[in-house]
Design a binder for this molecule. Structure first.
Ligand code: FES
Length: 154
């Protein structure tokens, strides 16, 4: 969805700055915001560019760098960690040949740590896009990633 279309759904104030930034970033295949887009958002919402930049740099879920089409967020909090999360991280790193914080060469996947996904009773957990996966094992992770490989955008 074009940025202007999203902006027009909101009042011209800074009250919904985070929602606007998130909604727009989520529409972009590579999940990131450009400096030019931040300027456009600041102008529409009548807030300073520095306010927009500081919000984007404060929250880790915003990015100024292109990410993979599918962002794998693996929970790094204690309940997941002690439930074999390190094996999952190792499996994903080996499968994708990337480290945490990196994007695959084909720009299909980015691997990140995240804090609790609210699924501690079914740890370990990870999220890809809007979907949370729980009770994970290395084999389940392999199957999930293989499924997402097939979801490549044209
Ligand atoms: S600690 Fe991982 S989902 Fe809560």
């Amino acid at each position: 969805m074009p940025l202007q279309e999203i902006l027009e759904k909101y009042p011209k104030t800074g009250d919904h700055l985070i929602e606007v930034l998130l909604e727009y970033q989520n529409t972009k295949m590579n999940h990131y915001l450009t400096e030019e887009e931040l300027k456009q958002i600041a102008k529409y919402l009548n807030v300073t560019e520095s306010r927009v930049s500081s919000v984007v740099s404060f929250y880790t879920f915003f990015s100024l760098e292109p990410k993979g089409q599918h962002v794998i967020q693996i929970c790094h909090d204690v309940p997941c960690y002690v439930n074999d999360q390190p094996s999952l991280v190792k499996t994903i790193k080996n499968l994708l040949s990337i480290d945490v914080g990196q994007t695959t060469e084909d720009k299909l996947f980015t691997l990140e740590y995240t804090s609790c996904l609210g699924a501690c009773d079914k740890a370990p957990a990870m999220r890809i896009g809007e979907k949370t996966f729980t009770d994970l094992t290395p084999n389940k992770v392999k199957a999930i990633i293989s499924e997402y490989r097939g979801k490549r955008h044209a």
